[in-house]
Design a protein. Structure first.
Length: 153
């Protein structure tokens, strides 16, 4: 495991605790294979996420990727049940509430990754929990930039 990977997992665990999340995952987008998938995952109940590919516009993660802004899904959403069924990660991990945040590169406005948080209980994310995520977004984007440099060597 690279040093950058260890730092990433520590930060993810901290954020998972700050947001009272049961599940947290990060997908870097700079993979040269063209396949976007979840690389860093904590709190998973199974390994189905390993076979999942994120497609633009499909599911919660695909919506965040298409829109370029964060999205959430909880019981306040008018089509909660239908939207949840279209989110493979929410189904596989039995999540009731989730939010996905695009990570932007500091050097450009390009999305470099996606951060996914979720809860298995029917509780919404509190405002302070979402603020905690927004405070950490630049940190995760920086780690992705560092790891990109490490893998290029």
């Amino acid at each position: 495991m690279a040093i950058g990977d260890a730092k990433m997992l520590i930060e993810l665990e901290l954020l998972r605790s700050l947001t009272s999340s049961d599940f947290i995952a990060l997908a870097p987008l700079q993979d040269h294979s063209g396949r976007v998938s979840w690389k860093y995952v904590l709190g998973n109940s199974n390994n189905r996420y390993q076979q999942m590919v994120i497609k633009i516009g499909v599911g919660l993660a695909g919506s965040a990727l298409r829109l370029g802004r964060w999205v959430k899904l909880d019981d306040t959403h008018p089509k909660f049940s239908q939207e949840r069924l279209q989110s493979p990660l929410m189904l596989a991990e039995q999540l009731q509430t989730a939010a996905v945040f695009p990570l932007m590169s500091n050097s450009s406005s390009q999305i470099t990754g996606l951060l996914f948080i979720g809860k298995r209980e029917q509780t919404r994310f509190e405002h302070y929990e979402l603020l905690a995520v927004h405070d950490k977004i630049d940190t995760f984007a920086s780690y992705l930039e560092e790891n990109k440099g490490e893998t290029a060597k």
